[in-house]
Design a protein around this ligand. Sequence first.
Ligand code: ZN
Length: 53
Amino acid sequence: MRVIDCPCGHRLEGKDDEELFRLAREHVDRDHPEMQRTDEELRQRIAADGRDG
Ligand SMILES: [Zn+2]
């Protein structure tokens, strides 16, 4: 599994970075719309901070 922790404390887990991206996209859109993260920013965040869990 690939894991990334949102700054709010919510943990996202996916089978690969692509699933992690989809989950992060949904989570940010639902819980943090004020962040206005682009898809590219989310992918960069996952590439930098995602880890094996
Ligand atoms: Zn969050």
